[in-house]
Design a protein around this ligand. Structure first.
Ligand code: OGA
Ligand code: MN
Length: 291
């Protein structure tokens, strides 16, 4: 197996692994280590069934459900609760999957829940001739490179994460909390495997920094969003059919570039549930779910 960095910013390609075959414990350990070291892993030229994708995903933890309270259940769905088709393909004018068209602003998946997904895995099946690239920004190095005064101002603070179901910029300043899933998480989130601190905010979902006056909070958030987009933190993935990409949702954010509406794009998506609470010492997911 070979591990080749995808950029100076984030991510690595893992070569020499065929996900149709069962992985030895040693191979999996190397993949998991690369996932922790690089936050995003890419395996190219995979030709896998949903079942094979699930077997690989399950090595990282339980599959996340995409129909948790507050998310919109997908109506035309033959795949069950764990699989999401990220696609603009339509039947009778209706998208057969989720996140169909165009650009998406930077976000971490399900940051607005108490237990955001640990990781998301996309497998590329059909792609347009241009665009639809996925951008990944490294939240560790973004945190490390903040000015010291801003680090101090934000240390120990929480930010409110809200989802208004859109995929581009938030349209409102504030939301009626009853109608939108939301949760306040630490601005700096410690990663349980690496021990490193990641800047856990994003332009699509972060509404305010709790306890900081609105005008100042807005100003700081704008600075953070601009900071996160700097090229030194960002890797832009140009998809090829057969690519399997898994990103660590605890220490990266991602976005998508525009692509033609009239060309098919289809990626098969699974998420990994996070059983560790975001804040050390809080109630773990399995226990919270049982209560
Ligand atoms: C996602 C997502 C981006 C893409 O599946 O969570 O943000 O490139 N997808 O489709
Ligand atoms: Mn996403």
């Amino acid at each position: 197996m070979e591990i080749v960095p995808l950029s100076d910013a984030v991510g690595a390609e893992i070569r020499g692994v065929d996900l149709r075959e069962s992985l030895s414990a040693k191979t999996f350990d190397q993949i998991e280590k690369a996932f922790h070291d690089f936050a995003i892993v890419l395996l190219r030229d995979q030709d896998i069934t949903l079942e094979q994708q699930k077997i690989f995903a399950l090595k990282f933890g339980e599959l996340g459900s995409r129909n948790r309270p507050g998310t919109k259940p997908n109506e035309l769905d033959e795949y069950g609760e764990h699989v999401m088709l990220v696609t603009n393909v339509r039947e009778n004018g209706k998208p057969i999957g989720s996140l169909p068209d165009g650009e998406m602003t930077f976000h971490a998946d399900t940051a607005y829940f108490e237990f955001p997904s640990k990781a998301t895995m996309l497998y590329a099946m059909e792609l347009p001739t241009w665009g639809g690239n996925t951008l990944f920004s490294n939240c560790y190095t973004a945190a490390e490179h903040l000015p010291e005064n801003l680090k101090r101002r934000l240390d120990g603070q929480k930010a409110m994460q809200v989802y208004e179901y859109g995929t581009t910029l938030k349209t409102k300043e504030r939301y009626d909390r009853k109608n939108f899933p939301h949760y306040a998480h630490p601005v700096f989130r410690e990663h349980p495997a690496s021990g490193r601190s990641a800047l856990f905010v994003s332009e699509l979902m972060t509404e305010e920094i709790i306890g900081i006056p609105k005008a100042e909070s807005d100003e700081i958030l704008q600075k953070l969003f601009t900071h996160q987009k700097k090229s030194q933190f960002v890797y832009e993935h140009e998809w090829r059919v057969g690519d399997l990409v898994m990103w660590d949702n605890r220490c990266t954010i991602h976005a998508r570039t525009d692509f033609p509406r009239d060309q098919r794009r289809m990626l098969r998506r699974l998420t990994i549930q996070d059983n560790n609470p975001v804040v050390e010492g809080a109630v773990p997911y399995a226990q919270a779910a049982a209560e």
